[in-house]
Design a protein around this ligand. Structure first.
Ligand SMILES: [Zn+2]
Length: 169
């Protein structure tokens, strides 16, 4: 048996979701705990936990690239500063009653609820961003679903007003 495996050898079951150019840090999301899956609907790909998380638990430490504009991959961390994470945060789906929250000051994710293994991991996009890249209709199924998702500092657009008029009729 070969016991000389050095640190360059990767455990196939526990690979960082972040690419090699991001310095490895304790707590970064790995394939042991998370899996990206195709939702099969208009939400595209989502992220599920392969393990359960307890309410309040630290779920992952985040990393990414700082940029000055919003994209589908970004989380806003200051008025004109965004954090782009195309490998983990990008796949967090929106829910109006999310099971995760992002602590932007500490770049980490915490569980807002007990989360069983295999459940989609979700955040509320409006909690971090003044404006979302594009506003969209929400069918998250939460009792408090807002039906139309915007950033927390922007007006509902025309499509949203039409959508909400239908929902409320
Ligand atoms: Zn919703």
């Amino acid at each position: 048996m070969n016991n000389t495996a050095d640190s360059k050898d990767r455990d196939e079951e526990n690979i960082s979701l972040y690419p090699d150019f991001i310095p490895v840090e304790e707590g970064h999301p790995t394939s042991a705990k998370f899996i990206v899956v195709e939702t099969g609907d208009e939400r595209g790909r989502g992220l599920k936990g392969k393990v359960a998380f307890k309410k309040g638990e630290h779920v992952a430490k985040l990393s990414g690239i700082l940029v000055n504009h919003t994209t589908l991959d970004t989380i806003q961390i200051a008025p004109t500063l965004y954090f782009a994470d195309s490998w983990f945060c990008r796949f967090l789906l929106h829910s109006c009653s999310p099971n995760l929250e992002i602590d932007v000051a500490n770049l980490e994710v915490r569980a807002l609820k007990d989360i069983p293994s295999g459940e989609y991991l979700t955040i509320d996009y409006a909690t971090t961003d003044d404006k979302v890249t594009f506003q969209f209709a929400c069918n998250c199924g939460a009792s408090n679903c807002r039906a139309w998702i915007t950033g927390h500092a922007e007006e509902i657009n025309e499509a949203g007003r039409a959508c909400l008029a239908l929902v409320n009729s």
